[in-house]
Every structure is written in C-alpha cells, then in structure tokens.
Design a protein around this ligand. Structure first.
Ligand SMILES: C[S@@+](CC[C@H](N)C(=O)[O-])C[C@H]1O[C@@H](n2cnc3c(N)ncnc32)[C@H](O)[C@@H]1O
Length: 275
C-alpha cells in the first residue's frame, strides 16, 4: 500500500482540533467581493482541504489549488470527488522560483501541519508572500516545539546503519524556541514582508488509537523510500521503536487499538502581505 493512502486513512483524528484552529482565524477575514483564488500548501492527501477548510470558505471562490511536493500525495488527491474549482499540483514551497502563473495571484494562502517540515522557513514565507496579492491574507497552522518525524531522524542519525540516510538531521533544532515563539514568529514574518494580524498557541492533546499516530507519521516518512529494499523491514522496526520513545506511546501489537494521546503544540497565525 502507498504510504500516501495510509495518510488518507489515518488523518481524521486531527479534524476537530484543526477545524477549531482554522475557524478561529478564518471567521475574522473580511472577504473581498471578487471571485477568490486560494492556495493550500502541503495539502497531503487533500482531506483537511476538502473536509475542513473548504466548508469554512466563502462560496464565491473561483479556484482552490492544493499543492504538495510529494507526487504520491497529489496522485491520491486527484482521485478524490470534489468541486470542479478545486485542483491539485506538485509544488515545493521552498522552491527557488514560484511558477509565474501563481505569482501575486492569491487572495488567501493556507497551510496545515506542513511548514514545520521546511528546512528554510524564511524561503517558504517569502514564497508565501510572492503567492499573495498585496494586502491579502494567509492562515497557517504548524508545530513549533519540534517535529516528531525530524526528532526520529535525528536519533536514527546516531545509529551507524541509518546515518547515511538521516545524517542531514543530526543537528536538527526546532523552528522556534519554546520560550517566546510568537515574538520570534512576528520577527520572521516582518523580515519576509508579512504582518502578523493574530497568532495563538494551541496545546490541545490529540486523542486516537495508537496505531493512527504511528500510521500518520510513517505516511510522511520521506527517508523510507530511500532505504534499500533488503533493509526496509529493519528500518521500519527501528523507526517504530524510536518514534514510540519520542511520542511516549506503545506500538506493541496488544496496544495498537488502545486509546492514546499525543501532543503536537501548534502555532496558528493569520497574517497579511505588506508589500
Ligand atoms: C503532515 S502532512 C499534512 C497534510 C495536510 N495539510 C493535513 O493537514 O492533513 C504534511 C505535508 O506537507 C508536505 N510538505 C512537506 N514539505 C513540503 C514542501 N517543502 N513543499 C510542499 N509540501 C510539503 C508533505 O509532503 C505532506 O504531505
């Protein structure tokens, strides 16, 4: 089974909290009357976009484009039943050049749980700026005290067997310090030509059965495809063991269907393009 399909099947436990986080910001936007162009960055398998975000948007949008840098995710999205105004494309938000057809053309940019995967947040935010029309807004949700997947890679980089694949993460540090993340966010936004209109931290615990937490993170594991076939099984075993430690969960067969909680503290921010 494609890991992207795994993402599709295991992502729904996030919906109630994500719905609340989006609603807090989207309801304060004063929507222009003209037909709206909207882009969702790191759309994954499209479920949050279609089931949580789209129902909260005004009906007079002309286009919603979901982008993700993973072709497998976009392939899943393209099979979904949806409004004909919604399309999906492969795009990396850290790209050096935003395609011309997207430049300065969106009335809203959104992103849910994708930006903590970028290695260069400034580049990603400058690109968000480039996508937006002047004075248009963006609503972003992302983890700030650490990306559990990158924490796993960091630990794996200290294991000789996995170091060749994960060494890019041996010095991984989270995007923001836990002490004053909203102040740091404001500074980075300003450097990237964006203004913070409102920002919040969300610490709600996510509740689900443990296998969903494992499946969700394994589904976005982009090192796995680079592991030689004869080592994949051993890699998955180590990945599971290390992720269990980091998340404080048990993925023993007997515990997979048991209720568990996981925390991924998030920053949610509504901002505006200044120039
Ligand atoms: C945890 S998933 C979130 C998917 C979806 N937004 C949701 O909330 O369910 C993160 C997604 O971000 C995508 N992603 C990570 N880095 C990216 C980048 N630089 N550009 C575009 N997409 C990226 C990954 O491929 C993955 O599909």
């Amino acid at each position: 089974m494609f890991k992207a399909v795994k993402h599709f099947n295991h992502v729904t436990f996030q919906f109630p909290i994500v719905k609340k986080m989006y609603a807090n910001h989207l309801r304060r936007i004063k929507w222009p009357n003209h037909p709206l162009r909207i882009m969702d960055i790191g759309c994954g398998t499209g479920r949050v976009l279609l089931e949580i975000l789209e129902p909260q948007l005004p009906r007079h949008y002309s286009e919603i484009v979901g982008v993700d840098f993973n072709q497998n995710m976009i392939d899943v999205c393209n099979k979904l039943e949806r409004d004909s105004r919604i399309t999906f494309e492969v795009m990396d938000i850290e790209t050096k050049a935003i395609p011309k057809k997207f430049s300065n053309s969106f009335d809203l940019v959104t992103s849910c749980f994708a930006l903590h995967y970028v290695r260069d947040l400034r580049r990603a935010l400058v690109n968000c700026n480039n996508l937006l029309k002047v004075k248009s807004e963006l609503v972003l949700i992302f983890s700030y005290v650490g990306n559990p997947l990158y924490e796993v890679y960091k630990t794996m980089s200290s294991i000789e067997e996995w170091n060749p694949y994960t060494k890019g993460f041996q010095n991984y540090v989270p995007l923001f310090s836990p002490t004053n993340p909203l102040q740091e966010l404001k500074l980075i936004f300003n450097e990237c030509g964006l203004d913070v209109l409102e920002s919040e931290l969300n610490h709600d615990p996510y509740e689900s059965v443990s296998e969903n937490f494992l499946a969700l993170f394994a589904s976005v594991d982009f090192i796995y495809p680079t592991i030689p076939t004869n080592k994949k099984q051993e890699y998955e075993k180590d990945f599971t063991k290390i992720f269990a430690n980091i998340a404080g969960l048990s993925f023993e067969e007997k515990d997979l269907k048991k209720k568990a909680h996981m925390y991924f503290p998030a920053i949610t921010v509504r901002g505006r393009k200044l120039r």
